[in-house]
Design a binder for this molecule. Structure first.
Ligand code: AMP
Length: 433
């Protein structure tokens, strides 16, 4: 595609790196997904919310936590002229919790189940399936600590992915405990890495100081080897966390959802407690590795971390929409606004052109999708477009018809035509197949 050149600066005009324009088929593919995902979320009892794209930076730094890639390296932050420190949201969970607290949703029947979707921003290295502005569809259940809510969120996410066409889905799942048992586990894990510090690469030594759990999902080969024998969080769970985890797995089994307990799964955000999971498509990565389509978990302490007075037990997940829409299995869900035109509207002469939009308005109000060539003048060129687009009927509105308040309806398959009064047009069109 030709790049536009900004003559004043001599620089090429393009969207920022890792961010793109959604247009044409890709736009419809995204909209179709959002519509289907919303419909499914509503069936399971989720309600919509739409939070601002900008938030106070603090809610992410305290919630997602330092020592995570998102907070340390990937956030787009800005200081306003008034001195506020804001961030482009790198995810939807902390904003949803902020909204729950701000609007006193704890007084509503619990849990409050919300869905939201839209762009999120992370200053990551762009590559295939990895953008700096990308789209997530989130499901969150706030105000209840029961394991069935974890199962409900997972089930809703799986249903959305399956309806979008995803094959071979499975769940990687783990439990990282709560404040009762997690500290004991982190202590044990830290001891293990300290004992083996000579084998730990520099990035992971740094993590050992800020966020030792993150070493478990390190991409460094040396660390991966070391992780094979690292203590696993499940063996350190206190009785209530163990019970919770066991119940979540029982629900998954009952629903026939395949899972794999992945003891190295901790996820990149430090607000998680108890359940953490990823929904992966098997063999989907370039080298046959699994590809994460969605991820989530419990975040029972996040509300207090971002400034709430009380803990709000909650569980949620984020579905990565860009990867779904780009997949070969994506069903190309069509948005409802995309209607195949049944009628091609043709106008001839200035009197007709003048009244054309009134005729189109009659059709719009009757929900009849049309295509038109209002900018064209000759009958030949307009009929040629109608034929090319394979639209079954043409409406021809010429000077005579404009004066008579009528229109010619032409069947494009056999070229037969009838003149119909405008006030009888809808009735006439209804009779056509
Ligand atoms: P996370 O919020 O990191 O748990 O990510 C949830 C899902 O969002 C992942 O499973 C991916 O499908 C998707 N995702 C995460 N980061 C990116 C990115 N940079 N570009 C596109 N999709 C992403």
């Amino acid at each position: 595609m030709k790049k536009i050149t900004n003559k004043n600066k001599g620089a090429e005009i393009s969207s920022p790196k890792g961010m793109r324009d959604l247009m044409n088929e890709e736009y419809y593919a995204f909209q179709g997904f959002f519509e289907k995902a919303q419909e499914i979320a509503v069936y399971y009892g989720f309600k919509p919310i739409d939070t601002p794209i900008l938030e106070q930076e603090d809610i992410f730094t305290t919630g997602i936590g330092e020592g995570t890639d998102i907070v340390d390296k990937e956030m787009y932050t800005l200081k306003t002229k008034g001195g506020d420190h804001l961030a482009l949201r790198p995810e939807h969970t902390a904003p949803t919790v902020r909204a729950y607290i701000e609007h006193g949703m704890q007084t509503m029947p619990q849990p409050v189940m919300l869905y939201q979707y839209g762009p999120v921003f992370r200053h990551d290295k762009p590559q295939r399936g990895r953008y700096r502005q990308f789209f997530q569809f989130d499901l969150d259940s706030l105000g209840n600590d029961k394991s069935i809510m974890d199962a409900l969120v997972i089930k809703t996410g799986i249903s959305i992915l399956e309806e979008a066409g995803a094959p071979n889905l499975s769940i990687d799942i783990n439990s990282i405990g709560d404040k009762e048992c997690r500290n004991g586990y982190i202590k044990e894990l830290t001891n293990y890495y300290r004992k083996n510090i000579s084998q730990l690469p520099a990035v992971d030594r740094e993590r050992l100081k800020t966020n030792p759990l993150r070493i478990l999902d390190s991409k460094e080969e040396k660390t991966k080897e070391l992780n094979e024998n690292a203590p696993d969080s499940v063996s350190f769970l206190c009785p209530s966390c163990k019970k919770h985890f066991k119940e979540v797995l029982e629900y998954l089994e009952e629903m026939g959802i395949q899972y794999n307990i992945n003891k190295n799964l901790v996820r990149g955000l430090s607000y998680y407690t108890r359940t953490v999971f990823e929904i992966v498509e098997q063999n989907a990565g370039e080298d046959g590795s699994p590809l994460a389509l969605a991820g989530g978990g419990r975040y029972d302490y996040l509300a207090r971390q971002i400034g709430g007075k009380k803990d709000v037990p909650a569980v949620g997940m984020s579905i990565g929409v860009d990867r779904i829409v780009a997949s070969s299995w994506y069903k190309k869900l069509s948005p409802r606004i995309l209607k195949k035109p049944k009628i091609y509207f043709i106008q001839l002469g200035s009197e007709a052109k003048l009244k054309s939009l009134n005729v189109i308005e009659i059709l719009r109000k009757a929900h009849i999708p049309i295509a038109q060539s209002l900018s064209k003048d000759s009958l030949g060129s307009q009929l040629a477009i109608a034929e090319k687009l394979a639209i079954p009927y043409a409406l021809i509105f010429g000077v005579k018809e404009a004066i008579d308040n009528s229109v010619i309806v032409r069947d494009m398959s056999n070229r037969s035509q009838n003149t119909v009064k405008l006030n009888k047009l809808l009735e006439y069109l209804k009779e056509l197949k």
